[in-house]
Design a protein around this ligand. Structure first.
Ligand SMILES: [Zn+2]
Length: 372
């Protein structure tokens, strides 16, 4: 594709990304300290017009939360939020925390409304997804013929059903096992947390799982030789959901900030741009972007989930990714507006009609257009 065609395509994408309706909206943010309400004034476009910048602040080699395990592949980008509402709990504070050991946890990026920090090289394993590191990538034949790209998955009488057809895959178990005189939960042979309820005995637990126990981001299915295959699933006792493995071992984890006083819309836009770069760098498609919930059933990223912003976030990722694939270093995109904004995210209340100009330019080629 030549440069004129690229610029034309970018223009089409930015027109598609234009938000026809904007207005202030109050989000409820969740933190372990407290919850709070925060008002955002809307965003002009699903595309974020400010530059993307990442500051390296790596966890030192040798700390427990940087095991130095090289991934044999990256399959996912896993999006979290910190669930830390304190005003001081911004990206830098989290960067300091994780580079000082992170209490044994780690993630690859901390993304706030101000900065993005990078902590673990993308090709190394970090501890953020809550699914352990014991299960490597493999696929499981469901013995159900694939008829659609994404099947409808149900649980009936202890088995997975795909598009109404019974598979050969039993639902994951939950077993209580004794290790060094202590009782632990275990699912599909992998140990989870300690059993705290003293009335619970060793052995297989009765779960009676139903379709409602599947995490709401679904189960990973692939089509191999005409059949649906799963990647490993398990039952996460802490959150009570059937979830997918491969989070810690095969994903890049991003913590988004929800600290009071930060602009959540700006944070989500910055995160979407970061995700687009990670998809491109790792040769992934947008299907690879998953909420933490997918790997553990944890309601994370909680603030995005509660405010029903995941789908809009994914539309930001899509446009960022499509534009990024067309951009070359000599193409510049500029936003012009008389409204106070951060990359197109409004920082003041607006009434009625807002117009803004977008300029896409490269040397002699200038494409200028106005959106409302
Ligand atoms: Zn999380």
């Amino acid at each position: 594709m030549n440069k004129i065609e690229r610029i034309k395509k970018i223009k089409e994408l930015l027109i598609k990304g234009n938000n026809l309706k904007i207005g202030s909206r109050t989000f409820k943010a969740f933190g372990y300290q407290f919850n709070y309400y925060t008002k955002c004034f809307g965003d002009l476009n699903a595309y974020y017009f400010n530059d993307y910048e990442v500051t390296e602040m790596l966890v030192p080699n040798g700390l427990d939360n940087r095991p130095g395990i090289i991934k044999d592949k990256t399959l996912y980008v896993c999006v979290h939020d910190t669930a830390s509402a304190a005003e001081s709990a911004g990206a830098l504070a989290h960067a300091k925390y994780v580079t000082n050991g992170g209490g044994g946890t780690s993630w690859h990026y901390s993304c706030g409304d101000d900065m993005i920090y990078h902590h673990i090289p993308d090709n190394e394993v970090a501890y953020h997804a809550g699914d352990g590191t014991k299960v490597s990538y493999h696929t499981i034949d469901t013995n159900v013929l694939a008829t659609t790209k994404v099947p409808c998955i149900e649980i009936i009488d202890g088995y997975f059903y795909l598009n109404g057809n019974k598979s050969s895959v039993e639902v994951p178990d939950l077993t209580v096992v004794k290790v060094d005189d202590e009782l632990y939960y275990s699912s599909c042979g992998v140990i989870q947390g300690k059993v705290k309820d003293h009335s619970i005995k060793e052995g297989k637990q009765q779960l009676n799982l139903t379709t409602l126990d599947i995490n709401d981001a679904g189960i990973n299915t692939l089509i191999i030789d005409g059949n649906y295959h799963f990647t490993p699933v398990y039952y996460n006792k802490s959150y009570g959901f059937v979830a997918n493995r491969l989070g810690n071992l095969y994903s890049i984890g991003i913590e988004t900030m929800v600290n009071k006083g930060s602009n959540l819309l700006v944070t989500w836009h910055k995160c979407a741009k970061l995700v687009a770069h990670l998809l491109k760098d790792n040769n992934l498609c947008v299907d690879a972007v998953k909420p933490h919930h997918y790997f553990s059933g944890k309601p994370c990223p909680m603030t995005m989930r509660y405010n029903k912003m995941w789908n809009y976030f994914m539309s930001m990722v899509e446009i960022e990714f499509e534009v990024l694939k067309l951009l070359t270093s000599d193409i510049k995109i500029t936003l012009n507006t008389n409204k106070k904004n951060n990359g197109g995210v409004l920082l003041e209340e607006v009434d009625n009609l807002v117009s803004y100009e977008v300029i896409i330019e490269s040397c002699e080629i200038v494409e200028k257009f106005t959106l409302n």
